[in-house]
Design a protein around this ligand. Structure first.
Ligand code: PGA
Length: 245
C-alpha cells in the first residue's frame, strides 16, 4: 500500500439489507483489490468479507476484548480478517462528543493490534472562517498521535476531511487540499519525527470531481462517503484512482 493510492468507501449507516445485496451484485469484484477498502455498517460486514472485499471498520474500541457492551475490539477485527479502521470521523466527534483523548486511545489500541488506521482530521466551517484551520489541525494531530513511535506511524494514514465539505457538495479546492496536506505532513514530522505521513482527502468526493481531485500530487488517495454508497459512482472513482494509476 505504501506508494500506491488507496480508496476508502465509508458506507456510514445509510444502507439496509436490500441495498447491501443489490450493491454487492452491481459492484464489480474484479477491480476491488487491496487498494480499495469498504467500511460497511458493522452488521453487514460478513456479506462483504464473504464476497472477497477488503473491509474496514468505521470505528474501533479503545481496549482489548472484555465486558464492553456494544463495542468491537481490534483483536476481534483482526481475527475476522478486517485490517482497517476509520478513527475520529467528524460525525463521531460531533454526534458522540468523541474527544481527542479517546481518539488517541483508539489509534494506539488499533496500531498495537497491527491494524491500519485512517485517522480523520478537519476543521469546521466556523473554524475555517475564523482562519483557525491550521490551529485545529495541529491540535487534532498532536493529540491523536500522542505516544506513537515511527513504527506505529507506519500503520496510520491521515484523512484530511474538512467538516464543511462532508456531504455538502462543497469540495475543497485542489490548492487548499495541497496546502493542507503539506501542513499535515509538516506537523507530523515536527511533532513525531515521521517524515512520510500518508495523507488522503475526503469530503464530497464524487464521480464528477474525481478526475480533477486526482491531479493533486501530494495525496495518497481518497475517503469517500455518499458516492461510495452508489456502486456506479464508486466504480468510476475506483477506476480513476486505483485502476488507471
Ligand atoms: P462524503 O463523506 O463523501 O459524503 O462527503 C465523506 C466522509 O464522511 O468520510
Amino acid at each position: 500500500m505504501e506508494n500506491q493510492k488507496i480508496v476508502i468507501g465509508n458506507l456510514k449507516t445509510v444502507m439496509n439489507i436490500n441495498d447491501v445485496s443489490s450493491y454487492l451484485k452491481t459492484i464489480n469484484k474484479e477491480i476491488v483489490n487491496k487498494q480499495v477498502v469498504i467500511c460497511p455498517t458493522n452488521i453487514y460486514i460478513p456479506y462483504f468479507l464473504k464476497n472477497g472485499y477488503s473491509v474496514g471498520l468505521q470505528d474501533i474500541f479503545i481496549n482489548e476484548d472484555g465486558p464492553y457492551t456494544g463495542e468491537v475490539t481490534p483483536n476481534q477485527a483482526i481475527s475476522m480478517g478486517i485490517k482497517y479502521a476509520i478513527i475520529g470521523h467528524s460525525e463521531r466527534r460531533t454526534h458522540l462528543n468523541e474527544p481527542d483523548e479517546i481518539i488517541n486511545k483508539k489509534v494506539i489500541s488499533a496500531v498495537q493490534s497491527n491494524m491500519q488506521v485512517i485517522l480523520c482530521v478537519g476543521e469546521t466551517l466556523e473554524e475555517k472562517q475564523m482562519l483557525k484551520t491550521d490551529v485545529v489541525l495541529r491540535r487534532q494531530l498532536v493529540n491523536a498521535l500522542n505516544g506513537l513511535n515511527i513504527e506505529m506511524l507506519h500503520n496510520v494514514t491521515i484523512a484530511y476531511e474538512p467538516v464543511w465539505a462532508i456531504g455538502t457538495d462543497n469540495v475543497a479546492s485542489n490548492k487548499e487540499i495541497e496546502r493542507t496536506t503539506n501542513y499535515i505532513k509538516m506537523i507530523v514530522h515536527q511533532n513525531r519525527g515521521y517524515k512520510n505521513m500518508r495523507v488522503i482527502y475526503g469530503g464530497s468526493v464524487n464521480d464528477k470531481n474525481i478526475k480533477e481531485l486526482n491531479k493533486i500530487k501530494n495525496i495518497s488517495g481518497f475517503l469517500v462517503g455518499g458516492a461510495a454508497a452508489d456502486s456506479e459512482k464508486f466504480l468510476t472513482i475506483i477506476n480513476e484512482v486505483v485502476v488507471n494509476q
